[in-house]
Write a protein that binds this ligand. Structure first.
Ligand SMILES: [Mg+2]
Length: 222
């Protein structure tokens, strides 16, 4: 059995360019009930759990004490924004890639730094649909402090399956390597193909669209 573990932000869905990073800051403000300023700069490839910890600690809050409230607040905020019309665009070529993987009997699943709630909201909002993925083989990062915790959990939960991670940041690669899972990089996030070629990726493509054959061939060869 071959399972493709898809990253969400910058890979399945294009990044939000309007306030994607600000959401975490507002979530922490709501959780602690105070205005916090100025916000930390936005980061890419960190887990939700890691980003919330960074913000809490930066403003002097005990992460162990406040993390759960911040997670709940982030989930609620994501649901709220989706209802208000916040939508992500599906990255080019993703629908066909999912179809082609299905046709080969491969499983499409998720490995993301997002919580399960936020993944569902984003995928449904984009029109791609959360039901397109096998949730019993998916792994999330709401409580993980490092992405490698998620990849190791995936490797441990699916010991006999051929796994491959498709993602858009060097952090995806580092986490994949830490768990011994091959990584395919796609430059639809903030990192260029050139930057991603410096990772340990078995294949780097600018977009899935136009390069699907190479991606399918790389996976078939695992
Ligand atoms: Mg990503």
């Amino acid at each position: 059995m071959t399972t493709i573990l898809w990253d969400v932000d910058g890979t399945l869905l294009l990044n939000s360019f309007t306030g994607g990073g600000e959401l975490y800051h507002v979530a922490v403000e709501r959780a602690v009930g105070r205005e916090l300023s100025p916000p930390l700069p936005r980061t890419h490839g960190k887990t939700d759990g890691h980003i919330l910890t960074d913000i809490l600690e930066h403003f002097g809050f005990d992460a162990a004490q406040w993390h759960e409230a911040a997670r709940d607040s982030l989930d609620a905020l994501s649901v709220e924004r989706a209802k208000a019309g916040d939508r992500r665009e599906i990255a080019p070529g993703i629908r066909e890639a999912l179809d082609q993987a299905d046709a080969r009997g491969w499983v499409n699943a998720l490995l993301t730094g997002n919580s399960a709630t936020r993944s569902r909201v984003k995928l449904d909002g984009s029109g791609l649909g959360a039901e397109r993925f096998d949730w019993s083989r998916s792994f999330f990062g709401a409580t993980a402090s490092e992405r490698s915790e998620i990849t190791r959990a995936a490797r441990e939960a699916l010991p006999d399956e051929t796994l491959v991670i498709i993602g858009d940041t060097p952090r995806d690669d580092e986490a994949a390597v830490a768990a011994g899972i091959p990584f395919i990089a796609v430059a639809t996030g903030v990192f260029s193909a050139e930057e991603l070629s410096e990772t340990g990726a078995i294949l780097v493509v600018p977009t899935i669209e136009g390069h699907l054959d190479a991606v399918l061939e790389a996976i078939a060869g695992l």
